[in-house]
Design a protein around this ligand. Sequence first.
Ligand code: HEM
Ligand SMILES: *[C@@H]1O[C@H](CO)[C@@H](O)[C@H](O)[C@H]1NC(C)=O
Ligand SMILES: *[C@@H]1O[C@H](CO)[C@@H](O)[C@H](O)[C@H]1NC(C)=O
Ligand SMILES: *[C@@H]1O[C@H](CO)[C@@H](O)[C@H](O)[C@H]1NC(C)=O
Ligand SMILES: *[C@@H]1O[C@H](CO)[C@@H](O)[C@H](O)[C@H]1NC(C)=O
Length: 320
Amino acid sequence: MSPLLIIFLLHMTTGATADLRTGYYSGVCPKAESIVRDVMKKALIREPRSLASVMRLQFHDCFVNGCDASLLLDDTPTMLGEKLALANINSLRSYEVVDEAKEALEKACPGVVSCADIIIMASRDAVALTGGPGWEVKLGRLDSLTASQEASDNVMPSPRSNATFLIDLFSKFNLSAKDMVALSGSHSIGKARCFSIMFQLYNQSGTGKPDPAIEPKFREKLDKLCPLNVDQNVTGDLDATSVLFDNQYFKDLVSGRGFLNSDQTLFTFPRTREFVNQFSIDQEGFFKAFVEGMLKMGDLQVQQPGEIRKNCRVVNPKNN
Ligand code: HEM
Ligand SMILES: *[C@@H]1O[C@H](CO)[C@@H](O)[C@H](O)[C@H]1NC(C)=O
Ligand SMILES: *[C@@H]1O[C@H](CO)[C@@H](O)[C@H](O)[C@H]1NC(C)=O
Ligand SMILES: *[C@@H]1O[C@H](CO)[C@@H](O)[C@H](O)[C@H]1NC(C)=O
Ligand SMILES: *[C@@H]1O[C@H](CO)[C@@H](O)[C@H](O)[C@H]1NC(C)=O
């Protein structure tokens, strides 16, 4: 094999673990970050919830074989992608906001900015534009050539999860219990379906009884929102101020008003309760821990070949 070919192959196979750094596009596409920010501002005006929906994409992308936009690939006749995985089907939304950013970026600098980086930038912007902290993101990711429904099903947690399970799961990604609690604070914005809470409302842990941790007045409200025979696509706010990124989520947990079981469990279990208490009285402390968690999650990569997709929903056609 020629040395050149070897170098080429090495580049191909280590592609998706490129060195990430801040300001990555400042030379090749200086407006990249402001283009994404503008698309997110428009999305905020069109539909405030879409910012939460886009931010959630970072979690569901990065936990499945790293932050490589595998999540965004549509199914093909030969590949079952992640969009229809258990945690995503009828639930993940606002893919069109990412498409809009990609279109604008392809106009400004064709073939330069990866879909994986768009998710990271847009998630950062979603938090900043809803009242949360801002931060510098490291960029330079490549997009995957494939996606796996099974990989997503094997990893993404259920809303029924308890804190012990979540601590263990996040530790596999080198995220601490504190990171996990702070990142759950993303539920400060957005909504969830009745589908996600029927179990804890009516059959907590298969006991046939409701979750005793739910505060009675809040419980009444949930019963009205999600009666047993409800259309399970009906949605409710994840916290009491669901278009504002703040520490209300943690105050709600302290008073027994967590929407998902996976939320309320963070207060129920002693190992995570101290962090919930802390964040509920210290918004700056929450913001700082949240940013740390998002940066660590954004660093998740696996060794796989990659490319800069032209369309985030499909791998580039092979034309040579
Ligand atoms: C700790 C484990 C987590 C579990 C079990 C979990 C589970 C869920 C569930 C079940 C929903 C509602 C889905 C539906 O009913 O359609 C949801 C919504 C959401 N999740 Fe999580 N999540 C977790 C962590 C995270 C993390 C780490 C992030 C981001 C950093 C995140 C961001 C969001 C956002 C923003 C929404 C609202 C989305 C919208 O309104 O469209 N979640 N999550
Ligand atoms: C937490 O969830 C795990 C996994 O579902 C389960 O095995 C464990 O018993 C639960 N722990 C408690 C204390 O409920
Ligand atoms: C976690 O950290 C260890 C030690 O630094 C490293 O070997 C491992 O690859 C990391 N795991 C992930 C999922 O990043
Ligand atoms: C509650 O859950 C358990 C375990 O999943 C199941 O066996 C039982 O039938 C459920 N009860 C109701 C009323 O749904
Ligand atoms: C929720 O909406 C989706 C998509 O519109 C639909 O396919 C699904 O059947 C609905 N689920 C329920 C429980 O109504």
